[in-house]
Design a protein around this ligand. Sequence first.
Ligand SMILES: [Zn+2]
Length: 100
Amino acid sequence: MEECMSMDELRRTLRARSVILRHARPPLHIAIWTTHGLERKVTQALRQHRVRLAALLAVSDVRTCPAPGLHRASFYYKGQGLYICGDCERLARWVEKRVC
Ligand SMILES: [Zn+2]
């Protein structure tokens, strides 16, 4: 059986390909924004790490920020070991009002 990507490897791959993940309804679902297809190993890894990724996306955790180089100034510490991307948080709220 093909070995699946680790969560870190998956996040690096998605960033390198400008893939944006978004928390979606129902809970623990993920919307994928990309302008091109994803390889099978990437979709398998997304499936494998979906629950953990969805939980991070739900709170705009910095680990799911697709553009840390651009958003870093908005990062803030929320407490309990949680670092949030303020820009992703604002985008998620904006999308939530218009798409969901
Ligand atoms: Zn961000």
